[in-house]
Design a protein around this ligand. Structure first.
Ligand code: PHE
Length: 361
């Protein structure tokens, strides 16, 4: 027992010297573990006479507690050191300027979708989505395009191989099936827009077999053609950034809307150039109409109670018009020089307040 002081200070300096959690644990086991030096001394107490055992026991317990406390303090210090080292190693200098010239660009299609979503979000629309591979029912039948309807041929549909029962799925030819999917599971009022990929077997300077549309659907009590017109005129003016942009509604036909209207915006064409705004010419940019009562009934809505309007537009088309991109096929070439020219800075998010005309660099 005479060298207990010595042993204690030896252990305490070992605790201080331990510079990793593992080293500290080794010191702890060597002192306080089952076969540790202090524990073995504790065991010897049993052989002493009662008086001696009492004083020696007290002394040993004090030493044991001191060592345990020192280990705990050292453990806390080591954790702090480890954390400091990690923070230093992972430090990010947030004051460093960004280097936009080395950044990637946002594709004009992504940008255009963001702009369309921003405008309609401001009007209270939410974004809905549906699958690219559709059943014949959602893509055609529920939209009042029955078998043998000429519109089926016009859609240049890509069919998948038939299943055991001879049913063929299709690559959706428009975003309109999401109208049906939404109405089936939602009670009116409905106010959605649906950006997404669509497919038709067609390929030239203005058609691509895969392209993008954005659908819109509004259903409620007392919705009429005036709402359709107001909504789409506001959209066209906000999207093209022209406050007095002329917008014209031309009678048309879609099986799923009645009446139907195609929407044109004013423009001028002189010397090969195209300028959007008041002029003597028109450009078609949207299909629209009041939802056909048969479509409402197909989705379980009472057409006597609810009315609505729907519209659909080609994203590539409005992107080409707004940003002066002459050839549709270049959208899918993944040509970095094209992206550098037509792409957008990823952090330059469009909003009604900050502006919808993206800054290219
Ligand atoms: N689905 C139509 C198309 O692809 C566009 C449209 C949508 C027309 C909704 C009217 C209403 O051409």
């Amino acid at each position: 027992m005479q060298n207990l002081d010595e042993l204690s200070s030896e252990i305490l300096s070992a605790v201080e010297a331990a510079d990793t959690t593992d080293a500290l644990e080794a010191v702890r086991i060597d002192a306080l573990g089952k076969k540790g030096r202090i524990s073995l001394m504790m065991r010897e107490l049993g052989g002493m006479d009662p008086e001696e055992r009492k004083t020696a026991g007290q002394t040993l317990n004090t030493v044991k507690d001191t060592i345990a406390a020192a280990i705990e303090t050292r453990q806390a210090a080591l954790s702090r050191i480890a954390l400091d080292a990690r923070l230093a190693a992972e430090a990010v200098d947030v004051s460093l300027p960004s280097r936009p010239e080395t950044e990637a660009r946002l594709h004009p299609l992504s940008r255009t979708i963001e702009e369309v979503v921003a405008i309609f979000a401001e009007m209270g629309f939410t974004v809905a989505e549906g699958p690219d591979i559709e059943s014949d029912y959602y893509n055609f039948t529920a939209l009042n395009i029955p078998e043998e309807h000429p519109a089926r041929q016009e859609h240049d549909t890509f069919y998948l191989p038939p299943d055991e029962e001879g049913r063929r799925k299709v690559l959706r030819t428009h975003t309109s099936p999401v109208q049906i999917r939404t109405m089936e599971v939602t009670e009116p009022p409905v106010r959605i827009i649906v950006p997404g990929r669509t497919y038709r077997s067609d390929h030239d300077a203005t058609h691509s077999p895969m392209f993008h549309q954005c659908e819109g659907l509004v259903i409620g009590d007392g919705i009429h053609m005036g709402h359709l017109k107001g909504c789409l005129i506001d959209f066209c003016r906000a999207f093209f950034g022209v406050d007095d942009l002329p917008v014209r509604f031309r009678p048309s036909y879609f099986p799923f809307t009645e009446p139907s209207a195609e929407v044109d915006i004013g423009c001028t064409r002189d010397g090969g150039g195209l300028k959007i705004g008041a002029g003597d010419d028109w450009l078609e940019i949207l299909g629209s109409g009041m939802v056909n009562p048969r479509v409402l009934a197909n989705c379980g809505y009472d057409p006597e109670k609810y009315q609505g309007f729907a519209f659909g537009m080609g994203i590539e088309r409005i992107a080409m018009l707004k940003y002066g991109i002459p050839d549709l096929r270049t959208f899918y070439d993944s040509d970095l020089r094209w992206m550098r020219h037509y792409g957008f800075l990823p952090f330059d998010a469009p909003s009604i307040h900050a502006g919808l005309v993206g800054g290219t660099v």
